[in-house]
Design a binder for this molecule. Structure first.
Ligand code: ADP
Length: 401
């Protein structure tokens, strides 16, 4: 019989899931529940080879109700892929923040849950729903292993010289204030694939990974180990994102609070949800809309794309210096995989660094491909990410051990 793993990713108002049969890593079903805890909950569920998505609309007051409906859907005669919950052998949970406690995935026990809770302060938007998802799944499937896979884990190889901020040292000692980095599961997945595509041993590979989605981060990776990454103590630092500002002069936080009369929660919201590409363009947080507006002549949309691209270029240069050279840069996530024009803009005029894109090869979406010019010293790889597969594999390995 197959070994089915359920992968669960609970956000503040969403539940994403996939069911894998680990004997051949097939995805049996996947889905997304939106507006959990808000009126208008919608579950979009798709079975392997399913031609159409199943939509179930039924208000869910919290994550535990939501998870229950997901499990009912997975086992239902009409939409299901398994007969009985007993066919799920383990559950893998995405957890955003593991601070410096976890450098890899772990079997969830009371101690692990306590640590996830201890990190509520540093990840108030993410860790509470992550833990709710774990509790709900453990309640409904008490007899199987549950595994936590942390977004921060892969970045734990960073050295203090790269993760410390120039703030009084007590802040680090008392509150663990340092760079952590996020999207680690994605950076890890594309790193492995990049080494394979470059046909090099991971130990001898220097790459720069660009996870450009709604949230966006880059990492400098030497021999499979993260040297530095653009997100910091929280996922607000670094690149320009859909609604997050990324790097700004820290004094501006004080300035904005004073001028707009905002309290800490409000300024947090302002920088995380109203800034970034949305705030600068005034068009949308979605780069498809911004690109369309830019093409139609909207100057703020054009400016937003330029600011976005310049920030990415800035980090490519910085990471080239930190790595002392580089074999490949990797584009992944929503924009990285699909935004042809933005990839081209990022790679433009980087010939001095040995980065030359082939504009014809670059006309590709969602496939693993090297889009560099034949004489580019640095390869330019497009690699669709697969965080769920990494979670499923870790869960399988840890559950079998
Ligand atoms: P998340 O961080 O929410 O997982 P994704 O990795 O799915 O996000 O990325 C979603 C974003 O990718 C969209 O908001 C959009 O900005 C961008 N995107 C997707 N396809 C394109 C495209 N063809 N052109 C430009 N941007 C795109």
């Amino acid at each position: 019989m197959g070994f089915n793993v359920l992968v669960v990713n609970c956000g503040s108002s969403s539940i994403k899931y996939q069911v894998f049969d680990m004997t051949d890593e097939r995805v049996l079903a996947q889905g997304l529940m939106d507006r959990v805890g808000i009126p208008g909950t919608k579950l979009t569920h798709k079975r392997e080879n399913g031609t159409a998505d199943t939509i179930i609309q039924k208000d869910m007051s919290d994550h535990s109700q939501g998870i229950k409906l997901v499990l009912e859907t997975l086992t239902s005669a009409e939409h299901g892929v398994i007969k009985d919950l007993a066919e799920i052998k383990a559950v893998g949970h995405r957890v955003v923040h593991g601070a410096d406690y976890f450098a890899g995935s772990v079997l969830i026990n009371a101690e692990v849950k306590q640590v996830i809770q201890d990190c509520f302060d540093i990840a108030p938007l993410h860790n509470p729903p992550n833990l709710m998802g774990i509790e709900a799944c453990q309640y409904l499937m008490p007899d199987i292993p549950h595994v936590a896979v942390f977004d921060t884990a892969f970045h734990q190889t960073m050295e203090p010289a790269h993760y410390m901020y120039a703030l009084p040292y007590e802040l680090y000692e008392k509150y663990k204030v340092r760079r952590y980095g996020f999207h680690g599961t994605s950076h890890y997945y594309v790193t492995q694939r990049a080494a394979a595509l470059l046909n090099k041993a991971l130990e001898d590979t220097k790459i720069i990974t660009l996870h450009l989605g709604n949230g966006a981060s880059m990492a400098a990776i030497d021999g499979g180990k993260v040297i530095n990454t653009s997100m910091g103590y929280t996922p607000l630092e670094g690149l320009v994102m859909g609604t997050r500002c990324g790097d700004i002069d820290p004094y501006l936080v004080i300035f904005i609070m004073e001028k707009l009369n905002l309290n800490p929660d409000e300024v947090n919201d302002y920088l995380n949800k109203k800034s970034g590409a949305l705030g600068l363009s005034g068009v949308s947080s979605d780069f498809r809309d911004i690109t369309e507006a830019a093409e139609a002549g909207n100057q703020r949309a054009q400016l937003t794309l330029q600011v976005y691209v310049n920030r990415v270029k800035f980090y490519i240069g910085a990471y080239m210096a930190l790595l002392n050279g580089c074999d490949g840069i990797v584009f992944t996530a929503g924009l990285g995989e699909n935004a042809i024009d933005i990839r081209e803009m990022i790679c433009e005029d980087l010939g001095f660094l040995g980065i030359k894109i082939d504009k014809e090869k670059n006309k590709t979406r969602g496939k693993e491909v090297d889009v560099a010019d034949d004489d580019s010293r640095v390869r330019i790889l497009v690699i669709p990410t697969n965080e769920e597969l990494v979670i499923a594999r870790d869960t399988y390995t840890i559950s079998k051990a």
